[in-house]
Design a binder for this molecule. Structure first.
Ligand SMILES: Nc1nc2c(c(=O)[nH]1)N[C@H]1C(S)=C(S)[C@@H](COP(=O)(O)OP(=O)(O)OC[C@H]3O[C@@H](n4cnc5c(=O)[nH]c(N)nc54)[C@H](O)[C@@H]3O)O[C@H]1N2
Ligand SMILES: Nc1nc2c(c(=O)[nH]1)N[C@H]1C(S)=C(S)[C@@H](COP(=O)(O)OP(=O)(O)OC[C@H]3O[C@@H](n4cnc5c(=O)[nH]c(N)nc54)[C@H](O)[C@@H]3O)O[C@H]1N2
Ligand code: SF4
Ligand SMILES: [Mo]
Length: 751
């Protein structure tokens, strides 16, 4: 097999090639129309698109669409599955499909039911769907659960949680439990607010960005424009990542054509630190220690605006350099240089993604970053602060709408007033505890609003077993995925097709990771009524709620009334949101004003935070104890030739979460999905050669025939793609937020 050379910059020609290929395809015209549709991009939470036009970002700048949005739209513009498709294939045959093949089957276009003991999904009517739903939702409330993924609208999210709370169930698991939950929990403790405190406008004033555990060139491509501009104004960028992601070193963005074409891209990283996976807390405590030694701590600021800082300083002082550098694997010299830059820049933004949150100490990781921001006075001023880079395009909106097991007290009060009764006090299941509860036979009915609960979880064997103990599962989706064929319920598995964001017959809203609310116009689907039978998510949820909860308002004397069918009008839903969700007041008249807005109370440009006394709360973040299991911990019976590495599992450049669009990853030189990226020295130490096929075994399972690819990754560390790698390991979570340690998976690579 020939191996093409890896690109020397992120972005660039492969991306332009992809735009061209899609534009020239038969759906090219519809694709461009959709790109121009006034709605937020489907893909990531950077929040491009909206009322000013599809290519405009939150700061009103144009040319901000990236190839990822094209990928997402192109996939939604596929033809519908034919009327008899599911008659032709048994469920066993469908289980042979990989993620990419599932997605390429086409758009789901009619409701489907797979009954236990039968071999085929069969088409059913919406009336049959509602009858099954009525039954399913009438089970004891603690045995009814939902899971959601952040592509749907605020309106659908709000209705989903309202329906569940009205039932008396708090079981609102969400993909954010597997994602940024550590950020929400950590930031709330420190600042009283769980989202980014930096607006896009504010980011333009920074002179230093510390980007930790993020592969933004692939996953938030338009953030790269801000990093390029930062370097152009002589700002600094500190990258912290065990893996050298080529686009974090150099990135070619179409918004900077001259640099991209003539110079092969713009420089990104000023410093690139490669810590041991899972050790970021140690690295940040090291940075704090160095800041103290270099007398760069802002004591006046700490005294005026924070609490708990003395303990944090004491802890950093008491922790020896030896312990710090041994834990994080970064030298004191490098830490000192980076601390000097952070301590001497005027306005520093600390941004992070999954490399920080997906660890069994994810909350500490987040807090150690927040502490560092505070020690240097970099929170609560323009151009500075903490910025979790959110995942799905509306995942943050789901949290704001109350789709969470950690409901804010204010929302709880407002909802109980709306429903005319107090909400259930039984704690709800998050994504992980839901799987455990299901496995223990404690769940009867599960309603999945988008997503792929099966394939997104660690330990796919457990996920499958657990889902198999639930009586009825509803998968509300736009396209088929692995979960629809492997995550089968004990009795009834339903797949319910819905319109996506740019097709809904009504207006909707979404919230970006920068706390900006977008208004999405009505649209029209390319699917023809004669060969498809779709409805909107809002219609589906309100109809189920109406059937379960009845015609009448739940409490006629409550100050607000819920009339479920009237809630099919999303204008009315927005009014309820305005009245019950803090910071969302302006949504009440967005239909008339068309004014997209920044949510109140989230962006801090003054050092007064959302805690009860307005002060930020620092607390000690203990260094993690990171162990590497010996070879014999993997119970391989015969003597083996191999090596134990710490695996990070994540995304390729051609996938969106569990949905694979392209199998190869050109930027990392990984030609297909079943590769492991390893350091050349580890390949040698294991007695292997590049491109050799090996077995990879974790504590949950094994994969065979994995191709070794040599790459710029720290020694002792490996990288594989998810969801394929999710068979390898069991769930090890941070108990404070429930997020699994997807980024620190010890595996034996052997033959
Ligand atoms: N195109 C595209 N865009 C997406 C998505 C997608 O799948 N495709 N998914 C969306 C979603 S839901 C999310 S959550 C985001 C995900 O966006 P990211 O978080 O950028 O995605 P990951 O692939 O998980 O990569 C995390 C990075 O963390 C690094 N890393 C791993 N372990 C550690 C560690 O211990 N410490 C540090 N400092 N770094 C580490 C990895 O090398 C990798 O570069 O992207 C969103 N946007
Ligand atoms: N090993 C490993 N596992 C991980 C991660 C990792 O880094 N490593 N990352 C985790 C993270 S950060 C996340 S967020 C989760 C992702 O977990 P999920 O959000 O559960 O999964 P997705 O793959 O994003 O879901 C894709 C499906 O959503 C459906 N969909 C798309 N658009 C719509 C819509 O408009 N409406 C509806 N109803 N459905 C729609 C489509 O049918 C598609 O198949 O995975 C987690 N799992
Ligand atoms: S950066 Fe994110 S929001 Fe912006 S166009 Fe790309 S995928 Fe869409
Ligand atoms: Mo995510």
């Amino acid at each position: 097999m020939s191996h093409s050379p890896k690109p020397e910059a992120g972005g660039g020609l492969p991306v332009i090639g992809y735009w061209l290929e899609q534009s020239l395809s038969p759906r090219g015209l519809k694709l461009w129309q959709t790109l121009n549709h006034k709605s937020a991009c489907l893909s990531c939470a950077w929040g491009t698109g909206g009322q000013q036009g599809g290519f405009v970002n939150e700061a009103g700048e144009s040319l901000q669409r990236c190839a990822k949005s094209v990928e997402a739209i192109a996939s939604e513009l596929q033809q519908p599955l034919t009327a008899h498709f599911f008659d032709q294939y048994t469920i066993q045959e469908l289980q042979q499909l990989n993620s990419q093949q599932c997605d390429r089957l086409g758009r789901l276009s009619y409701p489907l039911l797979l009954k236990a003991g039968t071999s085929h999904y069969q088409r059913i009517s919406w009336e049959q769907v509602y009858q099954i739903a009525e039954q399913a939702f009438r089970q004891p409330p603690e045995r009814v659960a939902c899971y959601s993924s952040g592509r749907s609208s605020n309106e659908a999210a709000y209705l989903l949680q309202l329906m569940m709370r009205a039932l008396g169930s708090n079981n609102l698991a969400d993909c954010s439990d597997l994602c940024h939950s550590a950020s929400t929990v950590g930031l709330k403790q420190v600042f009283g607010s769980g989202t980014s405190m930096v607006s896009l406008e504010s980011l333009k004033h920074t002179d230093c960005v510390v980007l930790v555990g993020s592969n933004a060139p692939a996953n938030h491509p338009r953030l790269m424009n801000e990093l390029i501009k930062l370097r152009e104004r002589k700002g600094k960028i500190i990258i912290i990542n065990p893996q050298i992601e080529v686009g974090l070193v150099k990135f070619a963005s179409p918004a900077f054509p001259i640099k991209s074409l003539l110079k092969g891209g713009s420089d990104i990283s000023t410093f690139y630190l490669q810590p041991i996976p899972g050790s970021d807390t140690a690295l940040f405590v090291g940075i704090q220690k160095s800041l103290i030694e270099q007398v760069l701590i802002k004591t006046d600021y700490l005294q005026a605006y924070t609490e708990g800082w003395e303990e944090v300083i004491n802890y950093a002082q008491q922790t020896s350099w030896e312990t710090i550098t041994n834990t994080c694997g970064v030298s004191q010299e490098e830490i000192t240089a980076v601390a000097h830059t952070i301590g001497t820049c005027q306005r520093v933004v600390f941004a992070w993604a999954m490399g920080i949150t997906q660890h069994s100490n994810g909350v500490d990781n987040v807090k150690s970053i927040a502490n560092t921001a505070l020690l240097t006075g970099n929170a609560g001023k323009l151009g500075a602060g903490t910025m979790p880079i959110r995942g799905h395009s509306n995942v943050q909106g789901f949290g704001s709408m109350g789709v969470t097991v950690r409901l804010r007290e204010e929302i709880k009060q407002a909802l109980s007033q709306l429903l005319g009764r107090s909400l259930s006090e039984t704690p709800g299941y998050d994504a992980r505890t839901l799987i455990d509860a299901a496995e223990a036979g404690k769940i009867d009915s599960l309603f999945c609003l988008g997503g792929n609960l099966y394939a997104a979880n660690p330990d796919l064997y457990q996920a499958q077993r657990a889902l198999g103990k639930i009586n009825t599962i509803f998968y509300v989706a736009t396209k088929p995925n692995l979960g629809h064929f492997h995550g089968l319920a004990a009795e009834n598995t339903l797949i319910l097709p819905v319109y996506n964001r740019f097709e809904n017959p009504h207006k909707t809203t979404t919230e970006s990771g920068n706390n900006f609310v977008r208004l999405n116009n009505e649209g029209k689907s390319h699917l023809q009524p004669n060969n498809s039978d779709l409805i909107s998510e809002v219609e589906l949820i309100t109809e189920i709620a109406h059937r379960v909860h009845g015609e009448t308002p739940i409490n006629p004397s409550a100050s607000l009334r819920v009339n479920w069918r009237r809630l099919q009008d999303t204008t009315y839903v927005r009014q309820l949101i305005a009245q019950t969700i803090p910071g969302y007041e302006k949504i009440g008249d967005i239909d008339a004003t068309k004014s997209e807005f920044t949510i109140d109370g989230r962006i801090f440009t003054e050092p007064k935070f959302a805690t009860p006394d307005g002060k930020a709360q620092l607390s000690v973040t203990p260094l993690p104890e990171l162990n590497i299991p010996p070879v014999d911990a993997f119970s391989v019976s015969t003597p083996v030739q191999g090596i134990v590495v710490i695996l990070g599992t994540g995304r390729s450049y051609g996938q969106h979460n569990t949905v694979v669009y392209r199998s190869e990853d050109k930027y990392r030189g990984m030609p297909h999905r079943y590769c492991i990226l390893m350091n050349p020295n580890d390949i040698k130490k294991g007695g292997f050669e590049e491109h050799q096929r090996v077995k990879v075994r974790g504590d949950g399972g094994e994969l065979e025939n994995i191709e070794i690819i040599s790459g710029a990754i720290r020694e002792g560390v490996g990288f594989m793609f998810y969801p394929e790698a999710n068979v390898l390991f069991k769930a090890h979570i941070d108990p404070r937020c429930g997020t699994p340690a997807y980024k620190r998976v010890p595996v034996l690579v052997y033959r």
